[in-house]
Design a protein around this ligand. Structure first.
Ligand code: SAM
Length: 500
C-alpha cells in the first residue's frame, strides 16, 4: 500500500497548518500519507481572485463558483499518486487503477461514520473540497459524479460550521489513523467505540489506582485481578452499560447472533430483551404492578406456571395448584401489600408475529403494553397480628439470614416468582426481572433472598447462578398432591453486583 494522498482545496490554506502536528504530522514524516493543501484562489481568473457570486434566484449569502472549482478540481484530480497506476482526473475507476475520491464536506451530506472512515482508508487519493459561505454550486458535485469520479458529500454531524476545513480535518484524522503503520499499536483500533462490535468503548483507567477518593481497587477490583477473561467480561459489561445509557440507537442495531448469554444478561440488566427471531434487542419496560394489572397478571401467571413444573405432573395436578395459588384475589392482595414486591415486564411497542417462534405456548404477536413477565419478592415480615403474607413459603433451614453491615438484624425474602410468557423464552426478560428483583430486595433491606426451583430445571438454576445465587440445600413440596423436589438457592442482595 503506497502513501495516501490527501489534497485539501480551500480559501484558507493556513487553516490546515495543523496537519503538520501530532499523529498526522508524524505519519506524513514517515511517508505514510501525503497531505497537499491548495489555495482555491489560484484558480480564480480576475484580479480580485473572486471565488463566489450571489445565489441564482436570490436569497442571503454567496455561493462558490463552479468554474473556479472546476479548474481547481480538474487539476488536483489529475495529480499523480504514489506507486499506483493513475487515471485521468475525470476518468472512471477501473480494475487496478488508483481509487480517487472527491469528498465534499456538507451539512446536508451523508453522515460520516467510522464505517465511512474505514471505507475511505482504502483509497489512494482523497480530495477535500472545502466550501465556505452558502456552499459550493451544486453542479460541481453533479459534474464530477457524471464524469465517473467517486464523489462523497459528507456531513460530520447535525450542525452547521462556517466552512469545510474543520470537517476535512476531522475526516482526515479519522481516516489516517486507520492506515497501516500510522498508529503505534494497531490493536488500539480493535476495541474502540463504533468498532465492529457496535458498542461504545468501556471506561478506561490508568494509575494511580486511587485518586481523589476514587479507588479502582474498590470500584473495579476485577481490572486489577490479572485474570484476562474476567477483565474482558467486566469491560464488555461496562461497554454494554455505557451504550445502553447513552446510545440506545446503537443497542437496537446489535446483531443477536453476536451476543452470548452473558451479553444478553448484561443487556437485560439495562432493560433490553432479545425475543427469538428478533432482528435486534427490543426495549423492555419493567415496572411495579398496578391495581389494573391484576387480571392480566392472573392470566399470565396461570399460563406460565406449567412451564416450570416437573414434567411428571398431570395437567389436572397443575390446574388444581393454579386454581389455588394464582387467583386474582391472591395477586390483588400482593399488589396492595408493601411486603410483596410485585413487578411486571411489558414490551412498549409489542412484537410482530414474524419475530416469534412456534413454542408450546403458541405463536402470535405480542400486543403493545401486553404483560410478558412478572416477578414477586415476598418479604418475611409479620403484620400487626403476627401473620406473614399468604403465599410466602416457609423458609428452608438451609437459608441463613446474615445481619446487615451496620449490625442491624437481617431480613429474609422469598423470590417467589419469576415467570415469562413462553413466546419470549430466552429473550432476556427473565434476566431483567431477576435483576430488578435483586435490586428491589436490596433497597428493601433484604439480606437473604432465597428461592426454590425444580431440581430438573438446570436452565433456571444457571440463570440464577449467573445473577449470583448459590445452591444452599433442597426442599420437598406438594403440587396437586404430588411430591416434588426443589433446589434451594440464596443470595445476599446487599452484596450482589450492581444491586444499588
Ligand atoms: N448553506 C449550507 C446548508 O445549509 O447546508 C451550509 C453552508 S456552511 C455555512 C459552509 C460550508 O461549511 C459547507 O459548504 C461545508 O463545506 C461546511 N460545513 C458546514 N457544516 C458542516 C458539517 N456539519 N459537515 C461537513 N461540512 C460542513
Amino acid at each position: 500500500m503506497g502513501a495516501l494522498r490527501l489534497d485539501v482545496v480551500t480559501i484558507f490554506p493556513d487553516y490546515l497548518k495543523v496537519l503538520d502536528l501530532s499523529l498526522i504530522g508524524r505519519a506524513a514524516g514517515d511517508g505514510l500519507i501525503t497531505p497537499v493543501v491548495h489555495d482555491l484562489r489560484e484558480w480564480a481568473d480576475d484580479r480580485r481572485r473572486t471565488v463566489d457570486g450571489p445565489p441564482v434566484g436570490g436569497g442571503a449569502g454567496m455561493v462558490m463558483r463552479p468554474d473556479v472549482w472546476g479548474r481547481a478540481l480538474d487539476r488536483v484530480l489529475a495529480a499523480p499518486i504514489g506507486g499506483a497506476a493513475t487515471s485521468g482526473g475525470t476518468a472512471p475507476r477501473t480494475g487496478g487503477a488508483a481509487r480517487r475520491v472527491l469528498v465534499m464536506p456538507a451539512p446536508s451530506g451523508d453522515l460520516f461514520t467510522q464505517r465511512t472512515a474505514e471505507d475511505l482508508a482504502g483509497a489512494d487519493q482523497i480530495v477535500f473540497a472545502c466550501g465556505r459561505y452558502e456552499g459550493i454550486d451544486a453542479r460541481v458535485a453533479e459534474h464530477y459524479r457524471d464524469a465517473g469520479v467517486e464523489v462523497r458529500e459528507l456531513s460530520i454531524g447535525d450542525y452547521v460550521l462556517g466552512g469545510g476545513e474543520a470537517a476535512a480535518l476531522v475526516m482526515i484524522e479519522a481516516i489516517a489513523r486507520l492506515r497501516p503503520g500510522v498508529l503505534g499499536n494497531p490493536e488500539s483500533v480493535i476495541e474502540e467505540s463504533h468498532g465492529e462490535d457496535g458498542l461504545l468503548e468501556y471506561p478506561v483507567y490508568t494509575r494511580p489506582v486511587a485518586w481523589r477518593g476514587l479507588d479502582l481497587a474498590v470500584r473495579e477490583p476485577a481490572l486489577l485481578s490479572g485474570d484476562h477473561a474476567r477483565v474482558a467480561r467486566v469491560r464488555r459489561d461496562a461497554a454494554i452499560a455505557r451504550t445502553a445509557g447513552r446510545r440506545p440507537d446503537m443497542i437496537r442495531r446489535l446483531s443477536p447472533d453476536r451476543l452470548d448469554a452473558d451479553d444478553r444478561a448484561a443487556l437485560a440488566r439495562h432493560g433490553w430483551a432479545i425475543p427469538a427471531g428478533a432482528r435486534g434487542p427490543v426495549e423492555l419496560l419493567v415496572r411495579s404492578a398496578r391495581p389494573d394489572d391484576v387480571d392480566a397478571l392472573a392470566d399470565l401467571a396461570a399460563r406460565t406456571f406449567p412451564d416450570a413444573c416437573p414434567p411428571a405432573l398431570t395437567p389436572e395436578q397443575v390446574a388444581s395448584h393454579t386454581a389455588l395459588n394464582f387467583t386474582p384475589e391472591r395477586l390483588s392482595a400482593w399488589q396492595a401489600d408493601p411486603r410483596a414486591i410485585l413487578t411486571v415486564a411489558e414490551l412498549p411497542d409489542g412484537l410482530p408475529a414474524v419475530w416469534l417462534v412456534e413454542t408450546a405456548g403458541g405463536a402470535g404477536a405480542v400486543a403493545p403494553r401486553e404483560l410478558v413477565g412478572y416477578s414477586a419478592v415476598l418479604l418475611e415480615i409479620a403484620d400487626r397480628r403476627g401473620a406473614l403474607l399468604s403465599g410466602l413459603d416457609s423458609r428452608p433451614d438451609a437459608v441463613e439470614v446474615p445481619t446487615r453491615a451496620d449490625g442491624a438484624t437481617g431480613l429474609a425474602a422469598e423470590l417467589s416468582k419469576v415467570y415469562v410468557d413462553a413466546r419470549l423464552r430466552s429473550s432476556g426478560v427473565a434476566a431483567a426481572l431477576l435483576d430488578h428483583a435483586v435490586r428491589a430486595a436490596a433497597a428493601a433491606g433484604v439480606t437473604a433472598l432465597w428461592l426454590g426451583t425444580h431440581d430438573g430445571n438446570r436452565r433456571a438454576q444457571r440463570a440464577y447462578r449467573r445473577r449470583g445465587f448459590r445452591a444452599v440445600g433442597s426442599r420437598d413440596y406438594d403440587v396437586g398432591g404430588r411430591r416434588c423436589r426443589d433446589v434451594v438457592m440464596s443470595l445476599n442482595p446487599q452484596e450482589a453486583r450492581g444491586a444499588r
